[in-house]
Design a protein around this ligand. Structure first.
Ligand code: MN
Length: 420
């Protein structure tokens, strides 16, 4: 098994098999730059570039690492991403002396995680959120429209989505402020204005777009994965009472645009390849432009943890899996561009809430507590139907290999009280 000279615990999310990209700056000062996570360290790709380690690769002379975002690297396309990861893997290999036995380069290029601040990995131009889990869409449909035909007629024919808001995407660790808005009153009377009483999270994965496509030129499905730079955890915080009142006929608006949290490390499709699996069976067969050859889902365990201010430790409230998604990332991307819409480097496309078939695999509180009718009991006896002020909510996820984990780290955020 491939092993690094950098010590990596067996349950670490960042072994040499992963090597996700991120952006960091030293806490001691200095500009933001691109790094790769390895165990409890960050490999400084700008330092490797300066030392000449990308000569003769597609990255030669491109100067994409000494920058405070991944956008320039994303724009170069898959051969360049692969070259970057290959150089990092080579230099980190336990049997390769070039970095291991060169103290000056180690000093310049290996940062303890505690010595750096992680930054948003990309300048996100556009953010789109899909609705790709049949279990989630069916649960929501059953709650709001009854159990007979929980899916709307279009759902099995196209990946339903909406254009979200990129300006309010924040990095894991940032607090989320309980938003104000118009609320649907319980008795159906005149709308109220106040802080949301139904604050929720959504367990999602998102992917960053690579080079993108020119306006008017769709990305065919067989080339869609070439456009996927990598994946992050996404918490699409939601205000359900605001959503219920505002969403018809044009879809979510203020209920979703106040904050979205993402994890800092972008996990590549190359790292996830060993975990590729068939997704949910698609019936009816999609139209030709959405037909994907081969399996398009990934076996990624996804956990949700909550810690209230009186809890000593976080407690898991849900465990789902990315393999439960009905529409694949390639299908989402092909559909998004089929009318000619251009995607650009750094655009973020998210899956929608990832729920599975079990009660425990529901990916939001709306489902877990079934619209408030089945409260969750936490280990300390507290109950939850929605998030409360002070709650710390954490998403995490990983693919389990034989003796290693390809993980995503965390997307976490604490709920702050509404502005007075
Ligand atoms: Mn969502």
């Amino acid at each position: 098994m491939l092993r690094s000279f950098v010590e990596v615990a067996p349950d670490s999310h960042f072994p040499i098999q992963n090597l996700p990209f991120g952006v960091f700056r030293p806490r001691a000062g200095g500009p933001g730059r691109v790094g790769v996570a390895i165990g409890d360290y960050v490999l400084d790709m700008a330092a490797l570039e300066e030392a000449g380690h990308f000569r003769g690769t597609p990255l030669d002379g491109r100067a994409v690492f000494a920058r405070p975002s991944l956008n320039a690297l994303m724009a170069l396309g898959r051969p360049a991403w692969r070259a970057a990861r290959a150089v990092a893997a080579h230099l980190l290999d336990a049997n390769e002396p070039a970095l291991r036995d060169t103290p000056a380069l180690r000093e310049a290029a290996l940062w303890p995680m505690g010595a750096v601040e992680l930054l948003l990995p990309a300048e996100i131009g556009d953010y789109t959120d899909f609705y790709s889990s049949r279990f989630h869409a069916s649960n929501v449909g059953a709650m709001f429209r009854g159990g007979e035909n929980p899916l709307l007629p279009n759902w099995r024919h196209l990946p339903v989505g909406y254009h979200g808001r990129s300006s309010s995407i924040v990095l894991s660790g940032a607090a989320v402020r309980r938003p104000w808005g118009q609320l649907r009153p319980p008795d159906g009377g005149a709308p109220l204005f106040g802080p949301t009483r139904q604050l929720d999270f959504e367990l999602e994965l998102g992917f960053f777009v690579g080079p993108g496509n020119p306006l008017g030129e769709p990305v065919p499905i067989e080339r869609a994965e070439e456009q996927i730079f990598g994946l992050v955890l996404v918490n699409d915080w939601s205000a359900r009472d605001i959503q219920a009142w505002e969403y018809q006929p044009l879809g979510p608006f203020l209920a979703k645009n106040f904050c979205t949290t993402i994890s800092p490390w972008v996990v590549t499709l190359d790292a996830l390849e060993p975990f590729r699996v068939a997704g949910e069976p698609q019936e009816p067969e999609p139209l030709p432009y959405l037909r994907q050859q081969g399996p398009g889902a990934f076996d990624i365990t996804l956990d949700v943890l909550i810690q209230s201010p009186t809890m000593a430790d976080p407690a898991r409230i849900a465990r789902s899996n990315a393999r439960h998604l009905y529409w694949s990332m390639a299908q989402q991307l092909a559909h998004h561009t089929v009318g000619g819409c251009n995607l650009r480097p750094g655009d973020l496309l998210a899956s929608g809430t990832i729920s599975g078939p079990e009660r425990e695999s529901r990916g939001c509180l709306l489902e877990l507590a079934w619209r408030g009718t089945e409260p969750l009991t936490l280990p300390n006896g507290e109950t939850r139907i929605w998030l409360e002020d002070g709650d710390l909510l954490t998403l995490t996820g990983w693919a389990q290999g034989d003796g290693y984990r390809v993980g995503f780290g965390e997307a976490t955020g604490r709920v702050l009280p509404a502005q007075g």
